[in-house]
Design a protein around this ligand. Sequence first.
Ligand SMILES: *Cc1c(COP(=O)(O)O)cnc(C)c1O
Length: 378
Amino acid sequence: MTTPHVRAVVDLGALARNVAVLKSRIGSPAVMAVVKAGGYGHGLVESGRAAIAGGAEWLATALLQEALALRASGIQVPILAWLYTADDQFAECISNDIDLAVNSVASLDAIADAAQSLNRTARVHIKVDTGLGRNGIMLADLPALLRALNVRAASGHVSVIGIMSHFAYADQPSNNTIAQQIDNFMKAVDLTEAAGFELEVKHLSNSAATLGLPQTYFNLVRPGVAIYGISPGGEVGAAHDHDLVPVMSLRSSIVLLKDVPAGTGLSYAHQYYTEVDTQVALIPAGYADGIPRAATNKGPVLIGGEIRTIAGRVCMDQFVLDVGGLDVALGDEVVLFGDPARGEPSVELWAEAADTISYEIITRIGPRVAREFINVPW
Ligand SMILES: *Cc1c(COP(=O)(O)O)cnc(C)c1O
């Protein structure tokens, strides 16, 4: 069997454990594990099943087709999806018991019409913009949506299951928008209940809020990045401070070793020159695999027991490391990121090297990278 040029090793046991850690930390509220974008690049269905194994009662995706793929895989827990186009797969979602977020009277009409033509009831969550300034209905427009929901609920086409909102600054617990958003959320809850709706779930907490803002739990939290063992960043601290373990490690191998003299320019445009006679290693991983080109001369890689920094440009398919002084051999494994507890660079370090956030590093792993699932908890 040949070795894939780059492997993303996904520890599903660690994912299940991270969910269990979050659950024990929050107490009675339920967990809706966010597995959008293919489980943040870790595998959609595999991440969903591992989260359930760890105790998640709900799953969520952004896109409807991902929610449908989860259901088609046989997953039975409630699933919520919140981002769709005007003519999206509402009928398929309603037929498959996928909960849908409503963000306007227009989206309610589209969903309720689909339910009516199927003679079914759509399960919806009211998505309120409490201050993020992105998706969700403004508080000022909520009364009109509630009136429309009353009409559609009376005719049996929708059932209001929950209400949700999302933070702008959850990773900065002292930011003054947080109290304002909580206050707006409570107002939205009050208006909705006063309109006669009984809310089964109220959910506002992403990972940062789940780790740092207990006053935002209500009866359901909605963490994403934390279940993959990665810190949301900001003031939240490192993942291991919260007893979370990284789920993915990205691995490749040495495909060429050669001796080069001092003063050799390495890779396109010679952004790195060797200082002394040295040995260089070629690694078959590039920006087509999700290795950010911005990590040129910055990305950390564990090789020969040490962390070395990428030497020169990251190319489409490959990059070079200066391995002078290291005891390495052709075919040796190298680790781009993984668990710092094993001496591997963290995703957070890569985010810093590429001037981005961890979320972007893990979700942009390329389609030709082989995913290998280990410690499968089912
Ligand atoms: C992505 C997302 C989440 C999860 O966010 P994390 O920061 O990864 O925990 C929760 N809610 C909504 C609406 C999202 O878009």
